[in-house]
Design a binder for this molecule. Structure first.
Ligand code: DGL
Length: 213
């Protein structure tokens, strides 16, 4: 089996590594777009054309499935890609609003994501469908992806954000950008038991299993 993984940057590396672990027999091909990362502050049309260009090598390789391991690119481009390449199974990543809403006891959840994801229609629809009656805190993470890309996001900045969302009552923190995988342990440590931190790694593997096996 050949699995393609795309992200704007190093978020997809974490997804590719975890898929390779989950499916050792698979050939996992990972592409990213170092030249244009971050995508999260770009316009929708730009994200669509950059994503389409970046996945061309995966299309050429005739992958059995292509994981758009980027919440931002999924929100902007997945429907367009499905329409353009109807024979290709695309798997997208979306903010885990539904599991977070089911998990919260305080009734407050925090969604950490890029500006584009937070402003997207897909995210609005997830909130409308699954988070009625739940308060959602959306901290400013607008420079996180590029700082993580350069390994330059400071512990102080992470701590301040985690303190702010926990202070606002959030008991679930959703990592809705694959780049944040690389600071997940810091977020857990700064939350210090005040909030559960969730990300979609297991859900992606399940989705791949359902779709391809
Ligand atoms: N890793 C991407 C995501 O999951 C965002 C990074 C970027 O802004 O390019 O949303």
């Amino acid at each position: 089996m050949k699995l393609g993984v795309f992200d704007s940057g190093i978020g997809g590396k974490a997804v590719a590594e975890s898929l390779q672990k989950e499916f050792p027999e698979a050939e996992v091909l990972y592409v990213h777009d170092r030249e244009h990362v971050p995508y999260g502050s770009r316009e929708e049309t730009e994200i669509i054309s950059l994503t389409d260009a970046a996945i061309q090598p995966l299309l050429k390789e005739k992958c059995d499935a292509i994981v758009i391991a980027c919440n931002t690119a999924t929100a902007a481009a997945i429907e367009v890609l499905r329409a353009r390449y109807p024979g290709v199974p695309f798997i997208g990543l979306e903010p885990m609003v539904k599991p977070a809403a089911a998990l919260t006891e305080s009734g407050v959840i925090a969604i950490c994501a890029t500006p584009y994801t937070l402003s997207s229609a897909r995210y609005q629809s997830l909130k409308n469908r699954f988070a009625q009656g739940v308060k959602i805190v959306e901290p400013d993470c607008s420079n996180w992806a590029s700082l993580i890309e350069g390994n330059a996001l400071s512990e102080q900045q992470i701590e301040a954000t985690v303190d702010a969302v926990c202070g606002a009552g959030a008991d679930v923190i959703v990592l809705a950008c694959t780049h944040y995988h690389w600071i997940k342990e810091d977020i857990i440590q700064f939350a210090n038991g005040r909030a559960t931190v969730i990300d979609p790694s297991e859900a992606i593997a399940r989705r791949v299993r359902d779709l391809v096996y």
